[in-house]
Write a protein that binds this ligand. Structure first.
Ligand code: 2NL
Length: 350
């Protein structure tokens, strides 16, 4: 028996984890274990010898059992020590950096323009990019034979269905919905399409924002005042505007709107091509035909409308030379518009 005990102690010395400890336990105390084997010897002994022998075997079992428990506790304590040592948290480590995306320059311009007009009480309206010939052209005083259609060739899905060439169809639909009875004060941003060859200043898909105000007693002075405020808000408080006569089929009279150059303050530079002025919008008083087609009495109601290209505004504001940079998603370009946590130079006047 003492031999078994010595043997056990020697084996216990070599145990390093709970698994081999469990194996050792089975080897000695299991059903077919060595100590259990000693118990089975009992039947070969005389009645007188049995109690003493039994007691000794029990003592052996108890001491082995308690040594196993001790070892088990020691192993657990060691494992805990090791985990505590390995899993310490170094609060002085620098945090992990993660990349935050940023707004596309066009989205940023659109939002700035939307914010301005929302402040004046306009609603934002969006519509369909796939439109009918009627809402894209006819309802805007551009009948099928009109020569101005040549300026806006589109991508046709069928004879009557096309990709919109401007956001005006959104406005034509809103006018029609209000059935000639209600005032309208909306801006319509969105993607538009033209059958054009792409180059530094043309893209077959670009963005537009149009505005439309219809009510009783709306005059050219309202248009001028609105656009002057707009120019100061988006391009800086010192900006001035000038109107030049122009033509659009859906407005009469029609104007081109220039802003004084924000770079040279009107002296003449490469941005304004030495004129001191930058062309930024087209606008005019809504043509009576457009009002009448939508059900408005043009003797009672009048209004103004304007349209501009956020792509062009972004190019001017950020000095982007080629419109294609806005659409090719080259990260070297996009990353230049990363915003800081407080929104960067957003809304800052030039
Ligand atoms: C430009 C010029 C313009 C309009 C758009 C419009 C819409 C309706 C009625 C009348 Cl429903 N007019 N829109 C008017 C004048 C100019 O856009 O140069 N856009 C980039």
């Amino acid at each position: 028996m003492s031999q078994i005990l010595e043997e056990f102690k020697a084996s216990l010395e070599t145990v390093e984890d709970s698994r081999s400890l469990q194996d050792l336990k089975v080897q000695y105390l299991g059903k077919k274990g060595k100590v259990t084997g000693l118990m089975k010897e009992m039947k070969n002994l005389s009645k007188e010898e049995r109690p003493e022998y039994g007691q000794k075997v029990n003592e052996l079992r108890e001491s082995i059992d308690s040594m196993i428990n001790e070892k088990s506790e020691a192993l657990e304590a060691a494992a805990l020590e090791e985990r505590l040592a390995n899993e310490t948290l170094d609060v002085t480590l620098p945090g992990r950096k993660f990349n935050i995306g940023s707004q596309h320059p066009i989205s940023r311009i659109i939002e700035d323009i939307e914010d301005f007009f929302l402040g004046l009480g306009y609603e934002i309206q969006e519509g369909y990019e796939v439109e009918t010939d009627y809402y894209n052209f006819e309802a805007l005083n551009l009948p099928k034979s009109h020569p101005a259609r040549d300026m806006q060739d589109s991508f046709y899905i069928s004879e009557e269905i096309l990709l919109r060439t401007h956001t005006s169809p959104v406005q034509a639909r809103v006018l029609e919905e209000r059935e000639g009875k209600e005032a309208v004060k909306i801006i319509c941003p969105g993607k538009v399409y033209r059958r054009d060859s792409d180059d530094a200043t043309h893209s077959h898909q670009f963005t537009q924002i149009e505005g439309l105000v219809i009510d009783k007693n709306i005059h050219m002075s309202d248009l001028k005042g609105t656009l002057e405020l707009f120019a100061k808000e988006i391009f800086g408080s010192e900006r001035e505007i000038r109107l030049r006569p122009s033509f659009f089929p859906f407005t009469e009279p029609s104007v081109e709107v220039d802003i004084s150059c924000f770079k040279c303050k009107g002296k003449g530079c490469n941005v304004c091509k030495n004129s001191g002025w930058i062309e930024i919008l087209g606008a005019g008083m809504v043509h009576p035909n457009v009002l009448e087609m939508a059900g408005y009495d043009s003797r009672e109601y009048s209004g103004f409308a304007f349209g501009m290209g956020p792509d062009r505004v972004a190019m001017l504001k950020y000095g982007i030379e080629d419109i294609r940079h806005l659409y090719t998603n080259d990260l070297r370009f996009i990353n230049q518009f990363k915003q800081t946590e407080d929104g960067g130079e957003r809304n800052e006047s030039l």
